[in-house]
Design a protein around this ligand. Structure first.
Ligand code: PLP
Length: 516
């Protein structure tokens, strides 16, 4: 059976897959990675094309030799990738006609790629904790606590809603999310969910949630009063990374089957990157056998990763966060990069721990020459301005008949600039309908800072989406269209301070928020 070690070497004994997804992060702050990365033969990979997506996912999970019996993996995957996706292929590949192929990761219930992992991880989490409860390893419940700037919150709510022995509470900045995102979160169904608007901006909200996680007295109170431990299930959880490996192998199999690439020939993969989870999954797919030319790391105006890949120095000393049309990539510290550094150094946890300590203390670190060279053989990186991002939306629609969201547009531009002769697979991480106002700007030649004309600005998010859809011959996904009539369930606005967060959680639990 495979076991999991951590990138800083301070987590003690190796643990199992189920333990790794329940723990999330290792005791010393390191991230879990599997001891063994399994290899699939080219035949194995291409054979995925003949299977439905849920079986492709099960096939990859089984290769990792995890502590979940094969029939249980099959059942969990059959539930994770079913009619909750609005395309039965789940993650189809679209040919743009110029050697560019778009991997559509937005067919899940919240129309963002986070569904690919968050329809899967919560089911494995529920499975793992129930087994630990039966064996006496665990005697408490979990509460997933999330601070969100929009997309993650909804995908996590949708994934954890209705799961047993786990509740989820989400805080978003009051007035700081789009009309669509607000409706998505505040209409969330399920007995075990809570949603709060927090006064302040996203940074306030996120720091308060982080402090609540670190507040020993609060955690003790949750345990003694409600028998609940906090958990984050964020993108550093291996259980969120692993489902993402699947779709890169799946896409390659589809591309071979359709004749887009010769069997065994390499493709380049371009990913709009924030926390480095999605692109890292492509790297692990390569380790498992995906024929790969280069990984193209696409950033918006927050280009710390572009500079790192070009120079080997990760420096956030003088950077501030830019707000861009692709908010899910507005990030300074890309947590999953730590796993890539671990692999690039042949798993040298001392060197990785040193760099991470430097990043925490000095907000800067530089990798050694050999590590930088290895990284540069594997990766190329580019960044895109806000105005160019919006131009690409209009241009791609006019020239290729595909309407990308702003995150996908960033990747399409970087792919165009950096690609070589290989076919390039571009990860499309959200449906355009989540970002109507900027998509409208892109289609109508407006810059990112230009106001929408009054008659457009007056429309609700859904009205604007419908107008864009009818003008472009595209569709608003059913999950988003249904928000029009979905009853709003959550109205609370609370202080965005640590006390505000903690008392909201306690109040929610006291009202029986979580199912007993
Ligand atoms: C989260 C997100 C990203 C960034 O993915 P990472 O795995 O954090 O690099 C890109 N696009 C969208 C739409 C997202 O929601």
């Amino acid at each position: 059976m495979n076991t999991f070690i951590d990138t800083r070497g301070s987590g003690g004994e190796p643990i199992s897959f189920c333990q790794a997804i329940v723990k999330g992060i290792a005791p010393g702050g390191g991230l879990y990675v599997p001891q063994a990365i399994p290899a699939l033969s080219l035949e194995d990979i291409c054979a995925l094309a003949r299977l439905p997506y849920r079986d492709r996912a099960a096939r990859v999970y089984k290769a990792f030799d995890i502590d979940v019996p094969d029939p249980d993996v099959d059942a969990l995957m059959a539930a994770a990738y079913a009619d909750n996706f609005d395309d039965e292929r789940v993650a189809p590949v679209r040919d743009l006609g110029d050697g560019t192929y778009v991997l559509e990761l937005f067919h899940g219930p919240t129309s963002a790629f986070k569904d690919m992992a968050l329809q899967c991880l919560p089911r494995f989490f529920e499975y793992a904790t129930s087994r630990m409860r039966e064996s006496g390893e665990l005697d408490h419940d979990h509460l997933i606590l999330v601070a969100t700037s929009g997309d993650t919150g909804k995908a996590a709510l949708e994934g954890f809603a209705g799961r047993d022995h786990v509740g989820i509470v989400v805080f978003y900045p009051d007035g700081g999310v789009s009309d669509i995102q607000l409706r998505q979160m505040t209409t969330q169904r399920g007995d075990n969910v809570g949603v709060f608007a927090a006064r302040g901006d996203f940074d306030d909200c996120q720091s308060s949630v982080k402090r609540a996680f670190a507040d020993a007295a609060f955690n003790d109170l949750l345990m003694s009063r409600h028998n609940v431990a906090l958990s984050s299930a964020n993108s550093i959880n291996w259980g969120r990374l692993m489902p993402q490996i699947v779709y890169y192998l799946s896409a390659y199999a589809d591309m071979v089957a359709s004749g887009a690439v010769a069997k065994g020939a390499p493709i380049d993969v371009c990913v709009p990157t924030g926390n480095f989870g999605n692109i890292l999954a492509a790297y692990y797919a390569h380790r498992m056998g995906l024929p790969l030319g280069r990984l193209l790391c696409a950033s918006n105006e927050n280009n710390v990763l572009t500079d790192f890949i070009e120079t080997g120095t990760y420096d956030v000393r003088t950077r501030s966060l830019h707000l861009t049309p692709s908010p899910s990539m507005d990030i300074l510290i890309s947590s999953n990069l730590e796993r890539q550094l671990f692999e690039l150094t042949d798993r040298d946890h001392e060197r990785v721990a040193g760099w991470m300590a430097q990043l925490a203390d000095e907000r800067c670190f530089t990798v050694d020459g050999p590590t930088r060279e290895r990284m540069q053989r594997l990766y190329a990186a580019g960044c895109v301005t806000n105005d160019r991002c919006l131009e690409v939306i209009g241009q791609t629609y006019r020239e290729r008949g595909f309407l990308p969201d702003p995150h996908t547009a960033v990747a399409l531009e970087v792919a165009r600039r950096l690609r070589g002769d290989n076919p390039v697979l571009v990860a499309s991480t959200a449906h355009w309908a989540k970002f109507g106002p900027n998509v409208w700007r892109g289609l109508n030649g407006l810059g990112a800072d230009q106001p929408l004309p009054a008659e457009v600005a007056g429309l609700s998010g859904l009205e604007l989406d419908r107008r864009i859809a009818s003008q472009t011959g595209t569709q608003v996904p059913a999950g988003i269209a249904a928000l029009e009539t979905a009853p709003r369930r959550f109205f609370d606005v609370v202080d965005g301070t640590t006390e505000g967060v903690e008392s909201s959680v306690l109040g929610w639990l006291a009202k029986g928020g979580e199912r007993a």
